[in-house]
Design a protein around this ligand. Structure first.
Ligand code: ATP
Ligand code: MG
Ligand code: MG
Length: 313
């Protein structure tokens, strides 16, 4: 079974504007509320690929209930701990999308979790997650009272031989890579956090930075480079991946979708190249979709044929 974890879910309120200018009144053309929080996006993207999965998380108040309802609508097994104390509400993020596809986000910090809430969730995870399962941690967990909460959870599962996928940033990425994830998916910023220095945007510098992480023994490191594709280190070697050219609507959630494609391919026993191909295709289809979660599966299948993968090492 595959499990995702979202400690800081959100309602993503998307405001469509033809363009956004500072210091004037901008007219909103349309507003759409969708689900936010990276783990929930991974769950949804997996479900679109036909993969059953469990979504763990913590939610609060009316907007938290809305998050749960949206996950239920996708047919995902929701194991959120939900709290209604009248004062705390799952956050709302505001996403301004312009006709050009440019997107500006104003994100709330989110509810600070209580230690008891986390402990209840951890008990449930302990009871549910089985040896050999896949566990996906997405997002930075900055609303947790304990900044190393991911490490704490992983310590709990050390004896269960889980495949653990990590897509986080900042301190939590630096801490958590020590727990030997099966895969990490840093973008260039996140890779430079790990490497400890800025990284030039050329293939040789990126490969060098990936190699500097060898002592962590992470089998798969997929460095995503937005519209420029990715460089993937796998046990089979290094690959330079070029995505299809698409008509970009908005690139929010591309990283989450790219990771979902990897989880899907690897859990289906696909070769690394076929896994990279599907991950690149679904994330390109996400760039073409106006929403922040979900994409057109038929379009992703077409785009698969236009992905090019070159073994570089
Ligand atoms: P997120 O905002 O979801 O955290 P990220 O910065 O982690 O994003 P990106 O590097 O932006 O992730 O995107 C992940 C993958 O999505 C890329 O490696 C690429 O394959 C695909 N992708 C992103 N943008 C585009 C684009 N404009 N055209 C085609 N594919 C894209
Ligand atoms: Mg990006
Ligand atoms: Mg990302």
């Amino acid at each position: 079974m595959i499990h995702t974890l979202t400690l800081n879910p959100a309602i993503d309120r998307i405001l469509y504007l033809s363009r956004f200018d500072k210091n004037i009144t901008n007219r909103i053309q349309k507003t759409v509320d969708t689900i936010g929080g990276k783990g929930t996006h991974v769950s949804i993207n997996l479900k679109i690929l036909g993969k059953e999965n469990t979504a763990f998380g913590i939610s609060h108040g009316k907007s938290g209930q809305k998050v749960i309802n949206m996950l239920n609508e996708y047919g995902i097994e929701v194991r959120f701990k939900h709290y209604d104390d009248g004062s705390r509400e799952t956050r709302t993020n505001y996403l301004i999308i312009e006709d050009t596809g440019d997107c500006t986000i104003a994100a709330e910090r989110g509810v600070t979790l209580k230690t008891e809430e986390l402990n209840e969730l951890l008990e449930d995870m302990k009871a549910t997650i089985q040896p050999g399962d896949y566990l996906i941690f997405s997002g930075d967990a900055s609303n947790s009272p304990d900044p190393s909460v991911y490490n704490k959870i992983l310590e709990m599962f050390r004896d269960r031989d889980l495949k653990f996928f990590l897509d986080t940033s900042g301190k939590s990425l630096k801490e958590c890579i020590r727990e030997t994830p099966y895969m990490i998916k840093p973008n260039l910023d996140e890779l430079s956090t790990l490497a400890g220095h800025p990284i030039a945007e050329d293939d040789a510098s990126i490969v060098e930075a990936i190699e500097s992480l060898d002592s962590y023994n992470v089998p798969i490191i997929a460095v995503s480079l937005g519209g420029d594709g990715s460089i993937v280190k796998a046990p089979e070697g290094y690959y330079r991946v070029h995505p299809p050219k698409v008509n970009v609507q908005n690139t929010i959630g591309c990283g989450d979708c790219f990771l979902s494609g990897f989880v899907y391919g690897l859990s289906e026993g696909y070769s690394i190249k076929d896994t990279i191909r599907i991950a690149t295709a679904v994330s390109a289809a996400t760039a073409e979709s106006k929403l922040s979660a979900g994409y057109d599966l038929e379009r992703a299948k077409e785009l698969k044929e236009q992905v090019t993968i070159e073994k570089i090492k």
